[in-house]
Design a binder for this molecule. Structure first.
Ligand code: GUN
Length: 300
């Protein structure tokens, strides 16, 4: 069965749209997100456009701060400090990756953690690790929401996470293993967290054997179709975080999007699987909006 990220994302956004409408009807202002983008990475420009469009749809104010590729680290840090100080901004993100001359860790740790709606500030990462309420990285939060709304429980399951990035792999593993603190107001009956988690990466030996023992596999490595059918046991749940552009002369844009999973061969073995596009991607955007609403509410 397909896990339809577009459909669930639309449900989440509809709930947020109603919440924003209620705020406005009470004479309050709408939440306000800012998105900082540096340079012209084509994938980043597409993601940022989708994020801004989603805000507009639900009534969240959105401001784009586009900076040139040549911006200095000091200039970018100054923009971050201005957004920190701007009372009208509830949350903001700095779209990654940044150009090589800018220290990403320094930029992320300069963001006011109250406004860190990507959940990448060390303080929010620490709270997530401790199992305490925090702003959670949007992709792991979106995957949790997707599992929850399809009533796919993780309790007691063996979940294999492939990829150890700060933005997906590590926070995903932390969310899955923790005792849930039930901060999800509309959570379904599915019991989330309490999983047995194995975190694999590029130096892992016997990745195939480990994946074959998984009830749920979450792949976030950025390698087209690296998870093949021989690595997946019958009935497993597969979550594909990869969004890779591969050259395709027959496609209108000259490329097509493929995930980290060999979808056509893996799907017949799965109980549930996310497609690319239309799986995790829309959920990341929905969760960014949820985080923005959470940051807004925390500031009230
Ligand atoms: N680059 C790819 N995905 C993301 C994301 O969710 N947030 C940010 N800031 N950068 C990204």
């Amino acid at each position: 069965m397909i896990l339809d990220g577009r459909k669930i994302s639309a449900q989440v956004r509809e709930e947020l749209r109603a919440e924003v409408a209620t705020l406005l009807s009470q004479g309050k202002r709408a939440p306000h997100l800012a998105v900082v983008i540096v340079g012209h990475n084509p994938a980043s420009e597409t993601y940022v456009a989708s994020k801004l469009r989603a805000c507009e749809q639900v009534g969240i104010n959105a401001t784009k701060c586009a900076l040139p590729e040549t911006v200095t680290e000091d200039q970018l840090l100054e923009v971050v400090r201005q957004l920190n100080a701007d009372d009208d901004i509830d949350g903001f993100i700095v779209q990654l990756p940044l150009p090589a001359h800018i220290d990403e860790a320094k930029v992320l740790s300069t963001i006011d953690y109250h406004k860190d709606v990507d959940g990448l500030h060390p303080y929010n990462v620490g709270l997530t690790a401790l199992g305490q309420p925090s702003l959670i990285s949007a992709t792991p939060r979106g995957i949790r929401e997707l599992l929850s709304r399809y009533q796919i429980a993780t309790e007691g399951k063996h979940v294999v996470v492939v990829g150890r990035s700060n933005i997906v792999g590590k926070p995903m593993a932390m969310l899955l293993m923790q005792k849930p603190y039930l901060e999800l107001p509309k959570m379904s009956a599915a019991s989330l967290g309490n999983a047995t988690v194995t975190l694999c990466h590029s130096k892992t030996h016997d990745l195939k054997q480990i994946c074959l023992t998984a009830d749920i596999i979450i792949v976030a490595v950025g390698q087209p179709q690296m998870l093949t059918a021989d690595m997946v046991r019958q009935g497993a749940v597969v979550i594909d975080v990869g969004i890779n552009r591969v050259a395709d002369d027959t496609a209108p844009k000259g490329y097509r999007l493929v995930g980290d999973v060999d979808f056509d061969k893996v799907a017949p073995k799965c109980s549930y699987i996310t497609p690319v596009p239309g799986g995790v991607g829309p959920m990341t955007i929905a969760s960014l909006l949820q985080n923005t609403m959470q940051a807004y509410m925390n500031r009230q």
